[in-house]
Design a protein around this ligand. Structure first.
Ligand code: LLP
Length: 392
Protein backbone atom coordinates (compact mmCIF):
# COMPACT_ATOMS: atom_id res chain seq x y z
CA UNK A 1 0.00 0.00 0.00
CA UNK A 2 2.96 2.37 0.47
CA UNK A 3 3.52 1.93 -3.23
CA UNK A 4 -0.17 1.71 -4.13
CA UNK A 5 -1.05 5.05 -2.56
CA UNK A 6 1.75 6.78 -4.46
CA UNK A 7 1.41 4.83 -7.68
CA UNK A 8 -1.92 3.04 -8.06
CA UNK A 9 -0.90 0.78 -10.92
CA UNK A 10 1.55 -1.28 -8.86
CA UNK A 11 1.69 -5.06 -8.80
CA UNK A 12 3.49 -6.93 -6.05
CA UNK A 13 4.94 -10.14 -7.36
CA UNK A 14 6.47 -12.26 -4.61
CA UNK A 15 9.86 -13.79 -5.45
CA UNK A 16 9.21 -17.36 -4.44
CA UNK A 17 12.89 -18.27 -4.31
CA UNK A 18 13.02 -16.52 -0.93
CA UNK A 19 10.79 -19.26 0.52
CA UNK A 20 7.96 -21.21 -1.02
CA UNK A 21 5.76 -24.15 -0.24
CA UNK A 22 2.09 -24.96 -0.52
CA UNK A 23 1.09 -23.19 2.68
CA UNK A 24 2.70 -19.94 1.54
CA UNK A 25 1.27 -20.40 -1.95
CA UNK A 26 -2.21 -20.47 -0.43
CA UNK A 27 -1.54 -17.38 1.67
CA UNK A 28 -0.25 -15.44 -1.35
CA UNK A 29 -3.26 -16.50 -3.34
CA UNK A 30 -5.53 -15.25 -0.58
CA UNK A 31 -3.60 -11.97 -0.51
CA UNK A 32 -4.06 -11.71 -4.29
CA UNK A 33 -0.35 -11.29 -4.87
CA UNK A 34 1.57 -12.20 -8.00
CA UNK A 35 4.36 -14.73 -8.05
CA UNK A 36 7.85 -14.78 -9.52
CA UNK A 37 9.07 -18.32 -10.24
CA UNK A 38 12.44 -19.45 -11.51
CA UNK A 39 12.08 -23.18 -11.99
CA UNK A 40 9.76 -25.98 -12.94
CA UNK A 41 9.71 -26.89 -9.25
CA UNK A 42 8.31 -23.52 -8.25
CA UNK A 43 5.80 -23.76 -11.11
CA UNK A 44 4.73 -27.19 -9.87
CA UNK A 45 4.18 -26.07 -6.29
CA UNK A 46 2.19 -23.06 -7.50
CA UNK A 47 0.10 -25.37 -9.70
CA UNK A 48 -0.53 -27.70 -6.79
CA UNK A 49 -2.39 -24.93 -4.95
CA UNK A 50 -4.18 -23.76 -8.11
CA UNK A 51 -2.35 -20.43 -8.02
CA UNK A 52 -3.80 -18.05 -10.65
CA UNK A 53 -1.10 -18.30 -13.32
CA UNK A 54 -2.06 -15.08 -15.05
CA UNK A 55 -0.21 -13.42 -12.15
CA UNK A 56 2.93 -15.51 -12.46
CA UNK A 57 6.23 -14.29 -13.96
CA UNK A 58 8.82 -16.80 -15.06
CA UNK A 59 12.42 -15.69 -14.48
CA UNK A 60 15.75 -17.36 -14.97
CA UNK A 61 18.82 -17.25 -17.19
CA UNK A 62 18.54 -20.80 -18.49
CA UNK A 63 14.96 -22.02 -18.43
CA UNK A 64 14.88 -25.46 -19.98
CA UNK A 65 12.48 -26.30 -22.74
CA UNK A 66 10.59 -28.60 -20.38
CA UNK A 67 10.22 -25.79 -17.87
CA UNK A 68 9.02 -23.43 -20.56
CA UNK A 69 6.46 -25.95 -21.73
CA UNK A 70 5.25 -26.56 -18.20
CA UNK A 71 4.72 -22.83 -17.72
CA UNK A 72 3.03 -22.38 -21.10
CA UNK A 73 0.72 -25.31 -20.34
CA UNK A 74 -0.21 -23.56 -17.11
CA UNK A 75 -1.06 -20.39 -19.12
CA UNK A 76 1.51 -18.34 -17.27
CA UNK A 77 1.03 -14.57 -17.48
CA UNK A 78 4.56 -13.46 -18.34
CA UNK A 79 7.96 -14.79 -19.20
CA UNK A 80 10.84 -12.53 -18.30
CA UNK A 81 13.11 -13.38 -21.20
CA UNK A 82 16.79 -13.36 -20.32
CA UNK A 83 18.65 -14.00 -23.59
CA UNK A 84 18.40 -14.51 -27.36
CA UNK A 85 18.32 -18.30 -27.12
CA UNK A 86 15.29 -18.17 -24.85
CA UNK A 87 13.58 -15.69 -27.16
CA UNK A 88 13.88 -18.09 -30.09
CA UNK A 89 12.87 -21.21 -28.16
CA UNK A 90 9.93 -19.54 -26.46
CA UNK A 91 8.64 -18.13 -29.75
CA UNK A 92 8.79 -21.61 -31.29
CA UNK A 93 7.00 -23.21 -28.32
CA UNK A 94 4.31 -20.53 -28.21
CA UNK A 95 3.79 -20.99 -31.93
CA UNK A 96 3.44 -24.74 -31.39
CA UNK A 97 0.70 -24.03 -28.88
CA UNK A 98 -0.93 -21.44 -31.10
CA UNK A 99 -0.73 -18.70 -28.49
CA UNK A 100 0.76 -15.23 -28.19
CA UNK A 101 2.84 -15.15 -25.00
CA UNK A 102 3.37 -11.91 -23.06
CA UNK A 103 6.99 -11.25 -22.22
CA UNK A 104 9.24 -8.73 -20.53
CA UNK A 105 12.93 -8.45 -21.34
CA UNK A 106 15.44 -8.57 -18.54
CA UNK A 107 18.10 -5.90 -18.99
CA UNK A 108 21.21 -5.19 -16.96
CA UNK A 109 21.46 -1.44 -16.56
CA UNK A 110 25.03 -1.58 -15.20
CA UNK A 111 24.19 -0.16 -11.78
CA UNK A 112 26.16 -1.34 -8.75
CA UNK A 113 23.83 -1.83 -5.78
CA UNK A 114 26.71 -2.19 -3.26
CA UNK A 115 25.66 -5.63 -2.06
CA UNK A 116 27.74 -8.77 -1.60
CA UNK A 117 29.26 -9.72 -4.97
CA UNK A 118 27.35 -13.02 -4.90
CA UNK A 119 24.04 -11.14 -4.91
CA UNK A 120 24.89 -8.35 -7.33
CA UNK A 121 22.94 -8.88 -10.53
CA UNK A 122 22.41 -5.61 -12.37
CA UNK A 123 26.01 -4.81 -13.29
CA UNK A 124 27.48 -5.47 -16.72
CA UNK A 125 29.47 -8.63 -16.05
CA UNK A 126 26.75 -11.00 -14.83
CA UNK A 127 25.06 -14.04 -16.26
CA UNK A 128 21.62 -12.42 -16.11
CA UNK A 129 19.82 -10.41 -18.74
CA UNK A 130 20.68 -8.50 -21.90
CA UNK A 131 23.59 -6.09 -21.37
CA UNK A 132 22.80 -2.49 -22.20
CA UNK A 133 25.90 -1.95 -24.32
CA UNK A 134 26.77 -2.15 -28.00
CA UNK A 135 23.17 -2.12 -29.06
CA UNK A 136 22.50 -5.58 -27.57
CA UNK A 137 19.44 -4.58 -25.58
CA UNK A 138 18.09 -2.70 -28.57
CA UNK A 139 18.59 -5.77 -30.73
CA UNK A 140 16.68 -7.79 -28.14
CA UNK A 141 13.76 -5.35 -28.31
CA UNK A 142 13.71 -5.43 -32.10
CA UNK A 143 13.90 -9.23 -32.19
CA UNK A 144 11.26 -9.66 -29.51
CA UNK A 145 8.92 -7.34 -31.38
CA UNK A 146 9.42 -9.32 -34.55
CA UNK A 147 8.64 -12.69 -32.91
CA UNK A 148 5.32 -13.80 -34.29
CA UNK A 149 4.12 -15.48 -31.10
CA UNK A 150 5.53 -13.19 -28.45
CA UNK A 151 4.22 -9.85 -27.29
CA UNK A 152 6.77 -7.57 -25.70
CA UNK A 153 4.86 -5.74 -22.98
CA UNK A 154 7.65 -4.38 -20.85
CA UNK A 155 11.13 -4.24 -19.41
CA UNK A 156 12.64 -5.67 -16.25
CA UNK A 157 15.76 -5.14 -14.21
CA UNK A 158 16.88 -6.55 -10.88
CA UNK A 159 19.90 -4.96 -9.28
CA UNK A 160 20.85 -7.19 -6.38
CA UNK A 161 19.85 -8.06 -2.86
CA UNK A 162 19.64 -6.66 -0.27
CA UNK A 163 19.92 -3.02 -1.31
CA UNK A 164 20.11 -0.53 1.55
CA UNK A 165 20.26 2.61 -0.60
CA UNK A 166 17.74 4.31 -2.86
CA UNK A 167 20.29 5.57 -5.35
CA UNK A 168 20.76 2.29 -7.27
CA UNK A 169 17.00 2.11 -7.91
CA UNK A 170 16.90 5.74 -9.00
CA UNK A 171 19.86 5.32 -11.34
CA UNK A 172 18.36 2.16 -12.82
CA UNK A 173 15.06 3.93 -13.44
CA UNK A 174 16.90 6.76 -15.22
CA UNK A 175 18.68 4.30 -17.49
CA UNK A 176 15.67 2.10 -18.14
CA UNK A 177 13.33 5.00 -18.93
CA UNK A 178 15.83 6.61 -21.24
CA UNK A 179 16.13 3.28 -23.03
CA UNK A 180 12.34 2.86 -23.18
CA UNK A 181 12.02 6.30 -24.74
CA UNK A 182 14.66 5.46 -27.34
CA UNK A 183 12.94 2.20 -28.16
CA UNK A 184 9.65 4.01 -28.51
CA UNK A 185 11.17 6.42 -30.96
CA UNK A 186 13.12 3.89 -32.99
CA UNK A 187 10.89 0.82 -32.83
CA UNK A 188 7.51 2.14 -31.74
CA UNK A 189 7.88 0.05 -28.57
CA UNK A 190 5.13 0.75 -26.03
CA UNK A 191 6.22 -0.06 -22.49
CA UNK A 192 3.10 -1.16 -20.65
CA UNK A 193 4.97 -2.63 -17.68
CA UNK A 194 8.17 -1.82 -15.91
CA UNK A 195 9.53 -4.24 -13.35
CA UNK A 196 12.16 -2.83 -11.01
CA UNK A 197 12.84 -6.26 -9.45
CA UNK A 198 13.39 -6.95 -5.76
CA UNK A 199 16.21 -6.37 -3.32
CA UNK A 200 14.38 -4.51 -0.54
CA UNK A 201 16.42 -4.88 2.62
CA UNK A 202 15.23 -5.97 6.05
CA UNK A 203 16.67 -5.49 9.51
CA UNK A 204 18.66 -8.52 10.62
CA UNK A 205 20.67 -6.90 13.40
CA UNK A 206 19.55 -4.72 16.27
CA UNK A 207 21.91 -1.92 15.26
CA UNK A 208 21.61 -2.17 11.45
CA UNK A 209 18.21 -0.79 10.51
CA UNK A 210 16.83 -1.15 6.99
CA UNK A 211 15.00 1.52 4.99
CA UNK A 212 11.23 1.46 5.38
CA UNK A 213 8.87 0.36 2.61
CA UNK A 214 7.74 3.98 2.44
CA UNK A 215 11.29 5.12 1.66
CA UNK A 216 11.63 2.67 -1.22
CA UNK A 217 8.14 3.56 -2.43
CA UNK A 218 8.85 7.28 -2.35
CA UNK A 219 12.18 7.02 -4.13
CA UNK A 220 11.00 4.63 -6.83
CA UNK A 221 7.62 6.14 -7.63
CA UNK A 222 8.82 9.77 -7.59
CA UNK A 223 11.71 8.97 -9.91
CA UNK A 224 9.59 6.86 -12.25
CA UNK A 225 6.92 9.53 -12.58
CA UNK A 226 9.51 12.26 -13.11
CA UNK A 227 11.38 10.39 -15.82
CA UNK A 228 8.22 9.34 -17.63
CA UNK A 229 7.00 12.92 -17.63
CA UNK A 230 10.34 14.18 -18.95
CA UNK A 231 10.51 11.61 -21.70
CA UNK A 232 6.82 11.83 -22.52
CA UNK A 233 6.25 8.16 -21.79
CA UNK A 234 2.86 6.94 -20.59
CA UNK A 235 3.14 5.68 -16.99
CA UNK A 236 3.70 1.95 -17.10
CA UNK A 237 2.34 -0.59 -14.63
CA UNK A 238 5.02 -0.83 -11.92
CA UNK A 239 5.97 -4.37 -10.94
CA UNK A 240 7.86 -5.07 -7.71
CA UNK A 241 9.38 -8.40 -6.86
CA UNK A 242 10.09 -8.49 -3.15
CA UNK A 243 11.15 -11.81 -1.70
CA UNK A 244 13.13 -11.19 1.45
CA UNK A 245 11.03 -8.22 2.56
CA UNK A 246 7.91 -10.39 2.62
CA UNK A 247 9.14 -13.44 4.49
CA UNK A 248 12.47 -12.82 6.23
CA UNK A 249 11.13 -11.40 9.47
CA UNK A 250 8.29 -13.88 9.57
CA UNK A 251 10.67 -16.77 10.15
CA UNK A 252 12.47 -17.74 13.35
CA UNK A 253 14.87 -20.68 13.31
CA UNK A 254 14.90 -22.79 16.46
CA UNK A 255 17.92 -24.86 17.42
CA UNK A 256 18.71 -27.04 20.40
CA UNK A 257 22.02 -26.41 22.11
CA UNK A 258 24.29 -29.41 22.61
CA UNK A 259 27.99 -29.20 23.31
CA UNK A 260 29.46 -26.01 24.73
CA UNK A 261 33.19 -25.90 24.23
CA UNK A 262 35.49 -23.42 25.88
CA UNK A 263 38.92 -22.77 24.43
CA UNK A 264 40.38 -20.73 27.28
CA UNK A 265 41.40 -17.26 26.29
CA UNK A 266 40.29 -17.87 22.72
CA UNK A 267 36.63 -18.58 22.20
CA UNK A 268 33.57 -20.25 23.61
CA UNK A 269 31.70 -22.35 21.05
CA UNK A 270 28.03 -23.09 21.51
CA UNK A 271 27.06 -25.93 19.20
CA UNK A 272 23.54 -26.29 17.87
CA UNK A 273 21.72 -29.11 16.11
CA UNK A 274 21.62 -27.43 12.68
CA UNK A 275 23.92 -25.09 10.82
CA UNK A 276 24.95 -24.51 7.23
CA UNK A 277 22.58 -27.24 6.08
CA UNK A 278 19.62 -25.05 7.09
CA UNK A 279 21.29 -21.63 6.84
CA UNK A 280 24.17 -21.28 4.41
CA UNK A 281 24.01 -17.48 4.41
CA UNK A 282 26.70 -16.79 7.06
CA UNK A 283 29.14 -19.13 5.29
CA UNK A 284 28.26 -17.93 1.80
CA UNK A 285 27.80 -14.19 2.25
CA UNK A 286 29.16 -13.48 5.71
CA UNK A 287 25.53 -12.78 6.69
CA UNK A 288 25.01 -11.79 10.32
CA UNK A 289 22.21 -12.75 12.68
CA UNK A 290 21.09 -12.14 16.24
CA UNK A 291 20.13 -14.97 18.59
CA UNK A 292 18.19 -15.40 21.82
CA UNK A 293 18.00 -18.21 24.28
CA UNK A 294 14.29 -18.88 23.97
CA UNK A 295 13.95 -20.51 27.37
CA UNK A 296 15.90 -17.74 29.09
CA UNK A 297 15.01 -14.45 27.48
CA UNK A 298 14.77 -12.35 30.61
CA UNK A 299 18.30 -12.81 31.86
CA UNK A 300 20.91 -10.32 30.71
CA UNK A 301 23.60 -11.19 28.22
CA UNK A 302 26.77 -12.03 30.02
CA UNK A 303 29.04 -14.15 27.87
CA UNK A 304 30.55 -13.75 24.45
CA UNK A 305 30.13 -16.91 22.42
CA UNK A 306 30.32 -18.17 18.86
CA UNK A 307 27.40 -20.24 17.64
CA UNK A 308 28.57 -23.23 15.61
CA UNK A 309 26.52 -25.65 13.58
CA UNK A 310 26.96 -29.41 13.63
CA UNK A 311 28.16 -29.91 10.06
CA UNK A 312 31.63 -31.23 9.39
CA UNK A 313 33.12 -27.97 8.14
CA UNK A 314 35.05 -25.52 10.25
CA UNK A 315 33.29 -22.77 8.27
CA UNK A 316 29.97 -23.93 9.65
CA UNK A 317 29.61 -20.99 12.00
CA UNK A 318 26.16 -19.42 12.33
CA UNK A 319 27.09 -16.42 14.46
CA UNK A 320 30.54 -15.24 15.36
CA UNK A 321 30.93 -13.38 18.64
CA UNK A 322 27.55 -12.72 20.12
CA UNK A 323 26.63 -11.84 23.71
CA UNK A 324 24.22 -14.34 25.25
CA UNK A 325 23.08 -15.29 28.73
CA UNK A 326 24.78 -18.39 30.17
CA UNK A 327 24.05 -21.23 27.76
CA UNK A 328 24.10 -24.94 28.35
CA UNK A 329 23.06 -28.17 26.71
CA UNK A 330 19.33 -28.48 26.22
CA UNK A 331 18.71 -24.75 25.84
CA UNK A 332 16.64 -23.63 22.89
CA UNK A 333 18.21 -21.00 20.67
CA UNK A 334 16.04 -18.76 18.51
CA UNK A 335 17.55 -17.01 15.49
CA UNK A 336 15.16 -14.32 14.24
CA UNK A 337 14.84 -13.17 10.62
CA UNK A 338 15.42 -16.64 9.21
CA UNK A 339 12.38 -16.67 6.94
CA UNK A 340 14.16 -15.84 3.67
CA UNK A 341 16.79 -17.83 1.80
CA UNK A 342 17.42 -20.27 4.66
CA UNK A 343 15.13 -23.28 4.09
CA UNK A 344 15.14 -22.77 0.28
CA UNK A 345 18.94 -22.90 0.23
CA UNK A 346 19.08 -25.77 2.72
CA UNK A 347 20.77 -29.02 1.85
CA UNK A 348 21.20 -32.54 3.08
CA UNK A 349 24.95 -32.10 3.46
CA UNK A 350 26.26 -34.71 5.88
CA UNK A 351 22.84 -36.25 5.23
CA UNK A 352 21.50 -33.81 7.75
CA UNK A 353 17.72 -33.85 8.04
CA UNK A 354 15.87 -30.73 6.97
CA UNK A 355 13.83 -29.21 9.77
CA UNK A 356 10.10 -29.12 10.28
CA UNK A 357 8.25 -25.87 9.57
CA UNK A 358 5.54 -24.55 11.85
CA UNK A 359 3.18 -21.81 10.74
CA UNK A 360 2.10 -19.55 13.58
CA UNK A 361 -0.89 -17.30 13.16
CA UNK A 362 -2.58 -15.35 15.93
CA UNK A 363 -0.96 -17.52 18.56
CA UNK A 364 -2.02 -20.77 16.92
CA UNK A 365 0.59 -23.15 15.60
CA UNK A 366 0.27 -25.56 12.72
CA UNK A 367 2.86 -27.98 11.43
CA UNK A 368 3.09 -27.32 7.68
CA UNK A 369 6.11 -29.44 6.91
CA UNK A 370 7.24 -32.44 8.89
CA UNK A 371 10.85 -32.96 9.83
CA UNK A 372 12.66 -35.19 7.36
CA UNK A 373 13.34 -38.80 8.28
CA UNK A 374 16.22 -41.08 7.40
CA UNK A 375 13.85 -42.81 4.98
CA UNK A 376 13.42 -39.52 3.09
CA UNK A 377 17.17 -39.42 2.53
CA UNK A 378 17.00 -42.71 0.67
CA UNK A 379 13.78 -42.30 -1.24
CA UNK A 380 15.41 -41.58 -4.60
CA UNK A 381 18.01 -44.35 -4.28
CA UNK A 382 17.31 -47.11 -6.76
CA UNK A 383 19.72 -49.55 -5.19
CA UNK A 384 17.63 -51.42 -2.68
CA UNK A 385 19.24 -52.64 0.48
CA UNK A 386 20.53 -55.75 -1.31
CA UNK A 387 23.20 -56.39 1.21
CA UNK A 388 20.57 -56.55 3.88
CA UNK A 389 18.38 -58.85 1.79
CA UNK A 390 21.28 -61.15 0.99
CA UNK A 391 22.15 -61.32 4.62
CA UNK A 392 18.66 -62.54 5.43
N1 LLP B 1 13.57 -10.61 -8.65
C1 LLP B 1 14.63 -11.23 -9.20
C2 LLP B 1 14.75 -11.26 -10.65
C3 LLP B 1 15.59 -11.81 -8.37
O1 LLP B 1 16.63 -12.41 -8.92
C4 LLP B 1 15.44 -11.77 -6.97
C5 LLP B 1 16.41 -12.36 -6.09
C6 LLP B 1 14.31 -11.13 -6.44
C7 LLP B 1 13.40 -10.55 -7.31
C8 LLP B 1 14.03 -11.04 -4.99
O2 LLP B 1 15.02 -10.35 -4.26
P1 LLP B 1 14.73 -9.97 -2.74
O3 LLP B 1 13.59 -9.00 -2.72
O4 LLP B 1 14.40 -11.22 -1.99
O5 LLP B 1 15.99 -9.37 -2.27
N2 LLP B 1 20.32 -15.90 -1.64
C9 LLP B 1 20.60 -14.49 -1.45
C10 LLP B 1 19.64 -13.63 -2.19
C11 LLP B 1 19.60 -13.98 -3.65
C12 LLP B 1 18.58 -13.18 -4.39
C13 LLP B 1 18.41 -13.70 -5.75
N3 LLP B 1 17.44 -13.00 -6.52
C14 LLP B 1 20.58 -14.21 0.03
O6 LLP B 1 20.36 -15.12 0.82
O7 LLP B 1 20.81 -13.07 0.46
Amino acid sequence: TEFGKRYPRTSVVYASKAFFNRALGLILKEEEMGLDVVSGGEVAVAQSVAFPFAKVYFHGNNKTEDEMKLALDASIGHFVVDNFHELAVLNRLAKGQGIIQNILLRLTPGVDPHTHSHTTTGVLDVKFGFPMIKGIAEKAVAEAMSCSHLKLVGLHCHLGSPIFEMEPYEKAIDIMMRFAAEMKERHAFEMQEFSVGGGYAVQYLVDVPAPSVAQYAEAITVRLQARCREMVLPLPRLVLEPGRAIVAQAGVALYKVGAVKNIPGVRRYVCVDGGMSDNIRPALYGAKYEALIANNVGQGDSERVTVAGKLCESGDILIKDIMLPPVSAGDLMAVPVSGAYCIPMSSNYNLALKPAIVLVKEGRARLIRRRETHQDLMRCDLIRARAVECGQ
